[in-house]
Ligand binder design. Sequence first.
Ligand code: SOE
Length: 401
Amino acid sequence: MPYDNSAPALGVGMIGYAFMGAAHSQGWRTVGRVFDLPLSPVMSAVCGRDPEGVKAAAGRLGWAAAETDWRALIERDDVQLVDICTPGDSHAEIAIAALAAGKHVLCEKPLANSVEEAEAMVEAARAARERGQLAMVGFNYRRTPALALARRMVAEGRLGTLRHVRVTYLQDWLVDPDFPLTWRLRKETAGSGALGDLGAHAVDLAQHLAGEPLAGVSAQSVTFVGERPLLDGQSGVRAGARNDAPSGARGPVTVDDAAVFHGRLASGAMASFEVSRVAAGRKNALCVELNGTLGSLTFDLERLNELNFYDNTQDPAEAGFRRIQVTESAHPYLEAWWPPGHGLGYEHTFVHQARDLVHAVAEGKGPQPDFEDGLRVQRVLAAVEESAEKNSVYTPIPGSP
Ligand code: SOE
């Protein structure tokens, strides 16, 4: 959808239009209206297999045209950047083809369904980088202002030497045993369950906030509900959607419902993780805690405009956690938004992601997180699966110190 911005156009084509596609569309629709950008994103075309569905989505989400074949979308002259919002089993094929077609790529997380696919994507991104193309993976939570502030504080040494990084990411949309067998519950489409869906964010954030990789892990994972109602035709639906027409038949769930794992970061700090989609009452509870020799930080996505800081250099008589309201123009991304004190939400992380990617394309550098970051996470996910299969045997992460 065009808007008044005199900067040169950057044509965007998006593949997939369910939950993540809607979130990315929100980012592309809004970014040029809030931030001053060196390029003006134009929502050229969206792609999906169902002709009626994709046409309706184009209208609803603000895309100028609809395609039903992703190969046609990546060949379009009005598309310079391909945004991949499909299930993980098609990420590698689409991203590699889009890079070969000379396009920049934004790919949803987790980067792929296997380490091998992620390695091939990194290879393709490296070759494309030589030609000036960029490839980014969508770990959007890095761009929550409070977590961007946390990253800044850790990098400035406000926490001293890190001792603990603790990340839990809990949801409850699979508590109901009759929730249908969507693509997110099948290994061949999603790669893994809560692990790839939520654990990918948790691992990326731990490594990003600490500024160092995990060296290895010991893990347990579990599938509590082994069979779920089949969907008619087994088409995927957005997370949270209910099956209105259950056929009565059930099929096997082939991914985890929950996983718990721990390990050490390269510096020796302890890192621990718990991810679940069956934690009743936890809706989108991504909680992060960092403890260092000079202080601690805590964050909860369900209160995303707040960051709690314990400064261990304070007078002990007055020491205590201080709640920083991350709503001020001094905070990351917030100068462009509302007057002081007015908070942001989930969707703003996608606007910030689009902002940073547009800058990276214009400046020809970055963007972070790139496909190498995505591969680093993928290796951790694979190590977690391997360790869990071997009943928690410590599993080193290849390539980590
Ligand atoms: C579903 O569990 C989901 O939408 C994830 O796939 C997203 O990455 C996360 O941001 C919210 O939960």
